[in-house]
Design a protein. Structure first.
Lengths: 476, 276
């Protein structure tokens, strides 16, 4: 019943069947092979997350199509997130007065809007429409926007500022800091390096030229462009190194507070919250040396997020991929590490390769289903690019801090950062332009996806039951 | 003790080597060359022309529609260089001035030059100077930019677009903005064969309403540069204009095909360098 309210009918039935069958399978295995209660817990979490999400979804406004017309010709409202600039326009998410949904406004680039502004929009509001992507797949734009509670679009028209400073003061301060950081990045680095660094460092939704973003997709490196769990875990590691002297408890508190502030600064969107949760999990798993406990924590985090926003699960590809990649990090890496034994351990090569391979293994079926294509160069591209991200973040951050206090030493650091970013861009470009870079996969249905994941699942179970090496936890 | 001293000495030597290297890196690229470089930046559908003189003066003529200008401009300039001497706007259409806020936030711009229309667009603290036909700007010895058309009214539209003639020694570039056939006739009447140019920036991205055959007879360009976006919705450049340029014998270079297009001249010889 409630399902139909929040997700479109076709997806919902298949999707719920899929999730439920997974849960049942888990339950069955837990009952049949009493190795642990792990799967039982997973099952409970999925059920809890989904049902709670559905309950929340059902209690929301029953949305109808003429809701946009209902707002009238000149609604006023509050800008609820940081504006996002793209190549030719910028996007504002606005909560109209006395409503429980948002509208998305496309305004001119160069106009200075910020979080917490109260604005008035004069113009036509329309219902978003789905469209065809370049690969011929239908993009469910309407549902994609719904995950952020966006029901109406306003293009053109006139936007006027009524007053400003209505947001929360912490978020406002952090957004000022973020803007300052962005200005410094833009001051020291040329394009497209500055856009790339803004994405890596601050999670700024990319204003990279579309050709460059396409390259990243073809090379299986899209996760570089956004703030991912990897980046957050790097930030967490930096904080741990910086404050490690203060003892385990205090440094842990500092890391958590630091990450919360960082999350807020990056806009605290669903993607950033998800990245923070995943990043924290990776740090925890590393610190405790128990990768499998990380898996359980991951599912908990996922269930929690779905509870807050059930639409994430179905419509937010970023959430799905990030979840799968982290799952792959925990379960795929040990598996792959044994398969990649022929690689030397120098420079952490085997570790990097197996982490990348684990994440790729877990995300590939879903990528094939969502995009209708699969990157064949993802593994070498990831191995060459991912290890440099940590250094890029460190140098980029140092550049920003020195630039903030106008120290000339920012220049040599900027120069080094620039080369790291150029490496990132060039490697991606190189792999994306190979003729074998992507394999188109037509009609990859959900049944195939299920089969793929079943195979992966059984592999992991088998591997866990009959490990061929003793040192498993040391590999993460 | 001895060992520590040795380490410090070597450390200092290493640091000084790095600093020296870095200083040379900063100073090196800005040293003077004897060429005037005119770069037609690939900004998609729009115009942006970057000019560097032998003594290192840098001029940006139009900014293109948006952020797309920042990549090719960054490549054309040294990494450590974040200032422009002049930014000129031919007229007020978005595909020529769209990126001006991006440019102003990223670069220190000494002067902004445009027609009177720009007065209404800007606050007073940037150094705006209105210009119109008849203005001459001396960049360097023997390098000058003459505004030969446009700027006569307050309009920001195509018919009031500035037209500039950039010359160095015996080489000339005609930078036409989005000027129209009517304006071309006025220029012919006033200037005649003074319009002759080695490189013509084809007006209005190759629209058929500009670049008349009569006008081309006076300009007689060796190269015709069309700054245009691939598969743009306006159908630029039109077959008519391309035909007229072929008839006059000009070599046509398009930013949608070649990417960024670079010319270098020492005042006598003109070289076209493909950057892609």
């Amino acid at each position: 019943m409630g399902i139909i309210l929040i997700i479109n009918q076709f997806v919902s039935i298949w999707f719920v069947v899929l999730v439920l069958s997974w849960g049942l399978l888990g339950l069955f295995l837990a009952w049949r092979y009493p190795v642990s209660r792990f799967w039982l817990v997973i099952f409970c979490l999925i059920c809890f997350g989904l049902s709670a999400g559905l309950w929340r979804g059902a209690s929301k406004t029953n949305w109808i199509d003429n809701v946009c017309v209902g707002l009238g010709k000149s609604p006023s409202g509050l800008v609820v997130t940081e504006p996002v600039a793209s190549e030719f326009s910028q996007r504002l998410i606005v909560r109209p007065d006395n409503q429980d949904f948002n509208i998305l406004l496309f305004v001119k680039r160069g106009e200075a809007w910020s979080y917490g502004d109260r604005i008035k929009f004069r113009g036509n509001l329309e219902v978003p429409k789905n469209f065809q992507t370049d690969t011929g797949q239908e993009f469910a734009y309407k549902n994609y926007l719904r995950k952020d509670d966006i029901l109406c679009l306003g293009r053109g028209g006139q936007t006027t500022l009524l007053s400003s400073g209505h947001g929360s003061s912490i978020k406002q301060t952090l957004s000022v800091i973020k803007k300052e950081f962005l200005n410094i990045i833009n001051h020291y680095l040329p394009e497209p390096q500055s856009s790339l660094l803004s994405g890596i460092l601050l999670g700024v939704q990319s204003s990279l030229p579309s050709t460059v973003s396409e390259d990243y997709r073809r090379a299986g490196l899209t996760h570089i462009l956004v703030l991912s769990g990897q980046n957050i875990s790097i930030v967490a590691s930096f904080l741990m190194i910086l404050f490690g002297w203060s003892g385990p408890t205090i440094s842990f508190v500092i890391v958590v507070v630091g990450l919360i502030l960082f999350t807020l600064m990056a806009g605290a969107g669903a993607s950033v919250v998800r990245a923070t949760l995943m990043g924290l999990l990776v740090v925890l798993a590393r610190a405790t040396g128990r990768p499998y406990a990380g898996g359980l924590a991951l599912v908990t985090a996922g269930a929690l997020m779905v509870w807050f926003n059930p639409r994430l699960l179905v419509f937010d590809l970023g959430f799905q991929l990030s979840f799968l990649a982290t799952l792959g990090l925990f379960y795929g890496t040990p598996l792959m590490s044994r398969g990649l034994k022929f690689l030397p351990t120098n420079f952490g090569l085997r570790e990097i390769a197996s982490i990348s391979a684990g994440a790729i293994l877990f995300t590939s079926p879903w990528l094939a289903y969502s995009f209708g294509q699969l990157s064949l160069v993802a593994l070498p591209a990831n191995i060459l690019v991912v290890p440099t991200v940590e250094l890029t973040m460190l140098f980029g951050f140092m550049m920003a801090v020195f630039g903030l206090i106008h120290l000339p030493v920012a220049w040599p650091i900027a120069w080094l950062t620039d080369w790291l970013l150029i490496w990132n861009l060039k490697i991606t470009q190189f792999f994306a332009h190979r003729s074998v870079a992507v394999m188109p996969i037509k009609n990859f249905s959900l049944v195939f996806v299920s089969v793929c994941y079943l195979v992966i699942f059984l592999l992991v179970i088998y591997d866990k039951k009959y490990p061929t090496t003793k040192s498993r936890s040391a590999e993460l | 003790m001895n060992l520590t001293w040795l380490k410090i000495k070597w450390g200092l030597l290493g640091l000084m080597t790095a600093v020296t290297f870095f200083v040379w890196l900063v100073v090196g690229p800005s040293s003077a060359s004897k060429f005037l470089t005119v770069t037609f930046l690939d900004v998609g559908q729009g115009d942006a022309i970057f000019i560097t003189t032998p003594s290192g003066r840098q001029i940006l003529f139009d900014t293109g529609p948006g952020r797309a200008v920042l990549s090719p401009l960054g490549q054309a300039m040294s990494f450590f260089d974040h200032s422009l001497d002049l930014v000129l706007f031919s007229h007020g259409d978005a595909d020529h001035v769209g990126a001006w806020t991006d440019i102003l936030t990223r670069y220190d711009v000494d002067y902004l030059l445009a027609g009177y229309w720009f007065n209404a667009q800007t606050d007073k603290d940037n150094n705006f100077m209105p210009i119109k036909a008849g203005t001459r700007i001396n960049f360097d010895h023997d390098i000058k930019l003459d505004i030969i058309g446009g700027g006569m009214t307050n309009s920001k539209n195509n018919e009031n677009s500035l037209v500039a003639r950039l010359s160095y020694g015996s080489t000339t570039f005609l930078l036409t903005g989005d000027s129209m056939a009517k304006e071309e006739r006025v220029e012919i009447n006033k200037l005649g064969y003074y319009l002759q140019a080695d490189v013509l920036k084809v007006a209005h991205h190759g629209s058929k309403t500009s670049t008349g055959a009569y006008f081309l007879n006076f300009v007689r360009p060796h190269y015709a540069v069309i700054s245009v976006g691939a598969k743009n919705s306006y159908g630029h450049p039109t077959a008519e204009t391309l035909g007229r340029l072929k008839n006059i014998g000009a070599e046509i270079l398009r930013t949608d095909q070649e990417g960024t297009i670079v010319f270098q001249t020492d005042g006598k010889n003109l070289v076209n360098k493909y950057s892609n």
